[in-house]
Write a protein that binds this ligand. Structure first.
Ligand SMILES: [Zn+2]
Length: 259
């Protein structure tokens, strides 16, 4: 259990690192951030498609599986629609000056939305372990990777909303700490939960990740022509494709030689 919490702490620390990077780089960061966001999405896609969803499906009949994935997707969608962007990093390209200035009033909503998201990240790592019965390094890798742009986007948003660098950094740390809270909920709250229920939670988390991937791609939110102008697409396709391939390769190796 301590080892498990150590690993979720690693994911949280990477988010802290991203937040610090955002403060240090400031205005330079957004131009590079998009590539990082797409790379993290590629890694998350590989883990969701090849690990989380298949592992959950192995424990569940189709109707339960689809219901759990759907509920995870719906939860993040509802928070994104009625509270605040559940993943500021995923939708960073949609943010402009006006959005960050408006954030002044809705910063509490951002904190709620991202805390819930971070708690889910923590739960994902814990449940991934419980289901496979050994450290699920692939899930940890993908979650940690995506924590970097997540923390970065968060501190940038807070800076843009007029927070002083110190305050922006401290708030980023506070919000990202929800990752550890989620892990603790997972470790303490899921001790005697049956495999069937663990499978449902894993599928639920996977549904949330599918939503994050979909928002990163801007499907349903951006006009296709604008989003997929060929000149722009290539670098993003390359970075997400590379991260996807690397993660899938890592998972194959772990599957064969790992714990
Ligand atoms: Zn996250």
């Amino acid at each position: 259990m301590t080892f498990l919490l150590l690993r979720t702490t690693l994911a949280m620390l990477i988010a802290f690192g991203g937040g610090t990077l955002g403060i240090v780089l400031g205005k330079v960061a957004p131009h590079r951030l998009n590539l990082l966001v797409y790379a993290a999405m590629g890694a998350l896609l590989a883990v969701t498609a090849f690990d989380i969803l298949p592992d959950a499906k192995a424990l569940l009949p189709w109707p339960l599986f689809l219901a759990a994935v759907g509920s995870g997707y719906a939860l993040f969608w509802a928070v994104g629609k009625y509270v605040y962007h559940i993943c500021p990093a995923c939708s960073i390209s949609a943010f402009d000056q006006a959005t960050t200035e408006r954030l002044g009033q809705s910063v509490l909503l951002l904190m709620i939305a991202l805390s819930l998201h971070s708690a889910m990240d923590g739960i994902a790592v814990v449940v991934g372990d419980k289901i496979t019965g050994h450290p699920n390094l692939a899930v940890l890798f993908a979650v940690s990777f995506h924590k970097l742009p997540e923390g970065l986007a968060l501190s940038l948003l807070l800076l843009g909303a007029g927070y002083k660098p110190r305050a922006a950094l401290l708030w980023t740390f506070a919000i990202e700490s929800a990752t550890e809270v989620g892990a603790l909920i997972g470790v303490l709250g899921l001790q005697r939960v049956s495999l069937l229920h663990l499978g449902m939670i894993f599928a639920h988390v996977g549904g949330g990740f599918v939503y994050l991937i979909v928002t990163t791609l801007g499907l349903f939110t951006q006009p296709l022509g604008r989003r997929f102008a060929p000149r722009k697409v290539l670098p993003f396709a390359a970075s997400s494709g590379l991260a996807f391939t690397l993660t899938a390769g890592l998972m194959l190796l772990l599957h064969r030689y790992g714990p």
